[in-house]
Design a protein around this ligand. Structure first.
Ligand code: DLL
Length: 433
């Protein structure tokens, strides 16, 4: 039987949801106009006042915000309330030099944790469950968000954070963890380690996993589900909008329901900014309808996906987003061809490899090169050169038909590519352009 955390919202009719969104949007635009001079100026530049926004149909008139705005307004320029009312910050790792600092009031945290509770409930979680949260705790939103959601559902929560893999496995088994929350790449690594310890899917108490924070393919889902003996659910979110729980998967596992009573989605053409009709693929843009401390309006996520309102067998009416292919800025342009790392992952997994690979892009004599290094699994490991060459050629052909591009493939020994405990680093781009 399907369970809901907030059934009246999760199964609201389209009219009910529109009424909620209209009311909240008008209030939020007024709030931001009054409290955030940075955004008010952007509205004034477009000749807009809050009176011009009468319903969600007027959303497209409003100016968008991007990471560049966040940088310009850093740290307090987009704050929507008195700093005294804020009780927490969270931040991105800033590995690409674009650190985001987001602020929360107590109420903001409460609503965020409710979103995570909806996700855990959709994955089958109840107060009977033991939920191990192996996302990083600290500035990263993964640990704190799912931790709060797990409390709200009433699960016994094991806050292991990421890392110390053997200890993770000990807790899962000793305390009978039934739900695991971590990045898909870390879930794959935990599975690999358990296999080495002789633990098969039937020996592991887990029944569900809530995996997100990075793009992952259907093939990777399948592998993790087989190894851990679980059902693996996707979860999406970003620090700018609170963290995990902006959207989550249900039993149908065919895209993530957006918590659209809090986060109003649009899809735009990333080049022109034009709003695209429902069903089209483009850049996901969100308006945070409730957030008080960090109330972003029309925030450009740079994630590429599409939305669908097709009826879902779980009974939820919340709009669904397809798995993002990756960020538009993760997209590699190689010899003029657009390549998402997730497409490469699909080819590798379809050929029986695990998701242990690295993509190295370089430019030699003014031509881009694409080198995919893939680990052989222990079962396929061999020193027979003929066999290795044949396997490499199969992958070159597979990549050629997926990408329309010739790549170099190098098979490497099992365990030679570093495992990730958080978000995996898949691409090394050495081009200096
Ligand atoms: O990754 C929040 C999160 C934590 C989500 C735990 C899910 C689970 P950031 O570090 O700010 O926040 O990174 C946000 O990660 O814009 C996407 O590009 C990517 N991302 C997040 N979830 C998914 C997902 C957290 N399920 C950025 N699939 C987002 C694909 C994802 N990409």
């Amino acid at each position: 039987m399907e369970r809901y955390y907030q059934e009246e919202i999760e199964r609201a009719s389209r009219d009910e949801m529109l009424a909620i969104q209209n009311e909240k949007l008008l209030k939020q635009v007024r709030h931001v106009w009054d409290a955030v001079p940075y955004y008010r100026k952007k509205m004034e530049e477009k000749g807009l006042t809050p009176d011009d926004i009468k319903s969600v149909d007027d959303l497209g008139k409003l100016p968008t915000l991007s990471k560049a705005d966040l940088r310009e307004a850093y740290p307090y320029g987009l704050l929507g309330c008195d700093l005294k009312k804020c009780v927490r910050i969270q931040s991105t790792s800033g590995t690409t030099g674009k650190r985001v600092v987001a602020f929360y009031t107590l109420e903001d945290i409460d609503l965020w944790e409710e979103c995570c509770a909806r996700a855990i409930t959709a994955a089958g979680g109840t107060e009977e469950d033991v939920c191990q949260v192996s996302y990083g705790y600290g500035l990263f939103t993964g640990g704190p968000g799912l931790n709060g959601g797990s409390h709200k559902v009433g699960c016994l929560t094991i806050p292991t954070s990421s890392g110390n893999t053997d200890r993770q496995i000990m807790f899962i088994n000793d305390l009978g963890a039934t739900i695991l929350c971590c990045t898909p790449s870390y879930a794959a690594y935990l599975g690999e380690r358990m296999k080495e310890m002789g633990l098969g899917p039937d020996d592991i108490p887990l029944k569900a996993g809530i995996f997100g924070a990075e793009a992952w393919s259907e093939e990777m889902r399948h592998d993790i589900e087989q190894t851990l003996g679980i059902k693996a659910f996707d979860i999406y979110g970003l620090t700018e909008l609170s963290g995990p729980g902006v959207s989550f998967e249900c039993s149908e596992q065919s895209g993530m329901h957006i918590n659209e009573d809090h986060f109003l989605p649009e899809i735009i053409d990333p080049d022109t900014g034009e709003v695209l009709p429902e069903g089209s693929e483009g850049e996901l843009v969100f308006t945070a309808l409730d957030k008080e401390a960090f109330p972003l309006i029309r925030y450009r996520t740079r994630d590429i996906c599409s939305l669908s309102r097709e009826k879902c067998s779980c009974g939820r009416t919340l709009v669904k987003m397809k798995k993002p292919k990756g960020r538009s800025d993760d997209m590699l342009i190689i010899r003029g061809v657009n390549v998402f790392p997730s497409q490469i992952e699909t080819v590798l997994l379809n050929h029986g490899y695990a998701a242990n690979y690295q993509i190295i892009v370089d430019r030699v004599n003014n031509t881009d090169t694409l080198d995919v290094q893939v680990e052989m699994t222990p079962e396929m490991f061999t020193d027979n050169l003929g066999e290795i060459e044949k396997r490499q050629k199969d992958l070159v052909d597979g990549l050629k038909s997926m990408l329309g591009l010739k790549a170099k493939v190098t098979l490497v020994a099992p365990k030679s590519i570093t495992r990730s405990e958080g978000k995996a680093v898949r691409v090394i781009d050495k081009r200096k352009i």
